[in-house]
Design a protein around this ligand. Structure first.
Ligand code: DGP
Length: 118
């Protein structure tokens, strides 16, 4: 879905539009990468499409090429910042920890990451 920030009152639409400040580290015609406000690792960057989709499953159904573009932007950020090694996390649904309902991948790296499903 493509629509104006005002139509959604969506925080990440407003960041993409430049209406809310963020530290942008990379961008393409389709997507923007900016630093998470509450970083959990030396590299913690959010990759978001310019178009509004609520979550990664909606994006995959609507525009798989755009989902691929997000993954590649995540890789580009990781190559810039942490040797190309990264975790890409899409929290999907409130119970899974999603708090902003404009799809975003957390690009996390720059330290040795352990594994826990929760
Ligand atoms: P999630 O919980 O998966 O929906 O992740 C949302 C992330 O967005 C969370 O890690 C904090 C980040 N965040 C929330 N508000 C802002 C903001 O205004 N600016 C930036 N840069 N990040 C934000």
């Amino acid at each position: 879905m493509t629509s104006t920030p005002a139509a959604h009152d969506c925080l990440f639409c407003r960041i993409v539009a430049g209406e809310v400040p963020a530290t942008v580290v990379a961008e393409t015609a389709d997507a923007v990468a900016f630093r998470d406000l509450d970083p959990r690792a030396p590299t913690h960057v959010l990759v978001v499409p310019r178009d509004h989709h609520a979550d990664v499953a909606d994006l995959a159904a609507a525009d798989p090429d755009l989902l691929a573009a997000l993954v590649l932007l995540g890789r580009a950020v990781a190559e810039q910042e942490c040797g190309g090694h990264f975790r890409l996390v899409f929290n999907t649904g409130a119970e899974a920890g999603q708090s902003v309902f404009h799809v975003h991948g957390h690009v996390v790296g720059g330290t040795r990451l352990g594994w826990s499903p929760a």
